[in-house]
Design a protein around this ligand. Structure first.
Ligand code: NAI
Length: 304
């Protein structure tokens, strides 16, 4: 009996079929690393057009990964790309995919609490008992998202970083209801896709963004006060603190709208916390449509 109980637990830890929801920037990366590490992956999006483009993007990205991974082995690279693409399929019907049976659902749709709750409630109604749900949210509370389901014990956060195939970290978030079994399965999955796993409670921004966002806001406040210039703050943090990018380069890269949106959400939830207070210089740029690299202008000009 003990042996049987053990084997059931082990089987549950063994995530082999993964459903990724959202074929955007993050979902495509998560699908890629999961398929590249011998998981069967179905990537779901509402739009077939998005999925077609995403598959092409994944194939291009795999080419780059394979070139590095199999530097002197052209056949090895070819086989890796073929095997990964073979593990990957797409669907515009996430409810059916999940209903048919999957071990893990990783959600990477828009950062919108109501929308995330809505889709998880739909998936919860059809998913098999053993299926684990995870959200890749950067800034929302995992506990609040899990409220929409009857499986809080099989719910957690899997927070990857952009670009997923390159960035070595995943944060595994456990809410108070997350079972040990689910937690272990999420950690094992993070390791299986080749990431360094760190663990964090369900606290705003988890580890990385909880430190990074206030730092970015404080850099903007510093310039707003006229203490130093944008260029000097960036140079100082690169050359003096050894950061690969200065805070303004990073703000432009992440997107000023995204950073402002995250801070605003936290400020609403934690009005007493001075670190989360909005910053005028960022809000003004967002109003002018200067969102960073993606709009051609942010704190720096990328239009040329
Ligand atoms: P994105 O906008 O690139 O992609 C979202 C995708 O979800 C779109 O393709 C959209 O068509 C699809 N989608 C929307 N509703 C859907 C639904 N009901 N069912 C299936 N697909 C649906 O967004 P991105 O940047 O990939 O972000 C996704 C999530 O990952 C957000 O929660 C974000 O906070 C988080 N995140 C983002 C990071 C980043 O650097 N962009 C880093 C880490 C986490």
């Amino acid at each position: 009996l003990a042996g049987r109980a053990l084997s059931t637990a082990t089987a549950r830890h063994n995530i082999s079929h993964v459903t990724v929801i959202g074929g955007g920037l993050m979902g495509s990366g998560i699908a890629q690393v999961a398929a590249g590490s011998q998981h069967k992956v179905v990537l779901c999006d509402v739009s077939q057009d998005v999925l077609d483009k995403t598959i092409n993007r994944i194939e291009t990205s795999l080419g780059r990964v394979a070139k590095k991974k199999f530097a002197d082995d052209a056949n090895g690279a070819k086989d890796f790309i073929a095997a990964t693409m073979d593990n990957l399929s797409t669907s515009t019907d996430a409810v059916k995919t999940i209903g048919d049976g999957t071990d893990l659902v990783v959600e990477a749709i828009k950062e919108d609490l109501d929308l995330k709750k809505k889709v998880f409630a739909e998936y919860d109604a059809v998913a098999k008992d053993h299926t684990i749900f995870a959200s890749n949210t950067s800034s929302l509370s995992i506990g609040k998202i899990a409220e929409a389901t009857q499986r809080k014990d099989r719910f957690g956060g899997l927070h990857f970083f952009n670009p997923v195939p390159v960035m070595k970290l995943v944060e595994v978030i456990r809410i108070s209801e997350t079972s040990d079994e689910t937690f272990q399965a999420l950690k094992s999955f993070g390791e299986a896709v080749g990431k360094h796993v760190v663990v964090c409670k369900d606290t705003p921004g988890f580890i990385v963004n909880r430190l990074l966002v206030p730092y970015l806001l404080e850099a903007a406040r510093m310039v707003e006060r006229g203490d130093a210039t944008i260029e000097d703050v960036d140079a100082a943090m690169k050359l003096g603190a050894g950061y690969p990018m200065g805070p303004f380069q990073l703000l432009d890269y992440v997107g000023l709208d995204t950073t402002a949106f995250i801070a605003q959400g936290w400020a609403e939830d934690y009005p007493e916390e001075p670190l989360f207070k909005p910053v005028n210089v960022i809000a003004e740029k967002v109003k002018e449509g200067k969102l960073g690299n993606k709009s051609g202008q942010g704190f720096y000009d990328y239009s040329k």
